[in-house]
Design a binder for this molecule. Structure first.
Ligand code: KG4
Ligand code: ZN
Length: 344
């Protein structure tokens, strides 16, 4: 039984994974209410919250699965990338437990966790039948927008990434401009329902042929220019069309880049993970494209899409199984290691 801990940003999460990669227990707590008064994540607040919540979550997963600390055979912890203060809480807790219980510890790259999330299984969820390596993975959240060719465990070819803001960050910034609070991605999604996707012309960046990278920072500037001088009443009355048009600009680019990658690499299996994969328009478009191109799609349920320890446990399990524990000792780093993957 592997214990997994995730604390890289503003979600604290603990999971127990058995030797077959089956999620026996998962408990996650987000900190949205703590950060929303500040309109964004405050690193100091995030670290403090992790210290308060981590041990209760650990007790919860042990109790839920009738597991005792002495039954644990290994520990996986998110070591990079993320907010350094947040990462340190998880890494120090994991190191302490590993020393006390005399069991191996492995540091996991958070993005690797997102890439493997479509393979997670539990009592109520199985990966899509026929889905497996190699696959195309879009990891898209408030912190990252990365497109990968996933060839196997530990074999991740980065084929595109954002050169500035993440897609979730763009959703959140736009929600703030509309006065919807933080984080606002899910509200943009909600208000887009029934709105006119073409009413406002938001830019689609990096659309030159062959470019698989993303850029979303121009979207916010364009929205700020558009809304300059608008009253809150006017914003509210146009909210539906504004949200639908903005959402369409992001979803269109995400889908277009996956289509381009598909043309090049002919990957029949696709997954989308990270918080933005909850977006209903993105999900609908992925399934439309899948139908046209006869693809197999595995979109993890929300508990495995947003930041969670189960995906870290699965990545850790493969490492522990193979004996390849990566660079030792495990250290927290705000950045990914160069050896984590190769850019195509
Ligand atoms: O993966 P996640 O929980 O945390 C990280 O950022 O790593 O993702 C959170 C992000 C936020 O930017 C949030 O606004 C966005 O995912 N998000 C959405 C939706 N639900 C969450 N964006 C668009 N549509 C949604 N339905
Ligand atoms: Zn994430």
């Amino acid at each position: 039984m592997i214990l997994a801990i995730e604390s890289s940003c503003d979600d604290t999460s603990v999971a127990l994974i058995d030797s077959q990669g089956f999620v026996c227990a998962l408990s996650s707590r987000n900190q949205d209410v703590k950060h929303s008064p500040f309109g964004g994540i405050v690193p100091e607040v995030a670290s403090r919250q992790h210290t308060e919540v981590l041990m209760p979550l650990l007790n919860q997963v042990l109790n839920e699965s009738n597991t005792e600390l002495k039954n644990l055979t290994g520990i996986a912890v998110t070591a990079r990338p993320g907010l350094i203060g947040s990462l340190l809480v998880g890494v120090v807790a994991a190191k302490t437990l590993s020393l006390a219980l005399e069991i191996p510890l492995v540091g996991v790259n958070h993005i690797e966790g997102h890439l493997l999330a479509p393979l997670l299984k539990d009592e109520t969820h199985q990966p899509t039948v026929g889905f497996g390596f190699p696959y195309m993975a879009l990891a898209v959240s408030g912190g990252h927008t990365h497109l990968f060719e996933v060839l196997g465990v530990g074999r991740y070819r980065l084929i595109g990434h954002t050169v500035d803001d993440a897609a979730g960050e763009a959703f959140d910034k736009f929600a703030k401009l509309l006065g919807l609070g933080f984080p606002g991605g899910h509200l943009i999604d909600k208000f887009s329902n029934g709105g006119d996707t073409q009413k406002y012309a938001f830019p689609r960046a990096k659309m030159e042929a062959d470019d698989l990278d993303f850029s979303f920072s121009g979207l916010k500037s364009s929205a700020a220019r558009l809304l300059n001088g608008w009253s809150q009443e006017k914003i509210d009355s146009e909210r539906r069309d504004l949200c639908a048009s903005f959402q369409e600009a992001i979803v269109e680019v995400l889908i277009e880049k996956m289509l381009r990658a598909h043309k090049k690499l002919k990957l029949k299996n696709w997954t989308v993970t990270g918080g933005v994969s909850a977006n209903s328009r993105l999900r609908a478009r992925v399934f439309e494209v899948a139908e046209e191109l006869n693809l197999t799609i595995s979109l993890p349920p929300l508990r495995y899409c947003t930041d969670n320890a189960a995906m870290i446990g699965l990545a850790g399990l493969y490492r522990l199984d193979s004996g390849n524990l990566g660079p030792q000792p495990v250290t927290a780093s705000s950045r990914a290691m160069p050896e984590d993957w190769v850019k195509a």
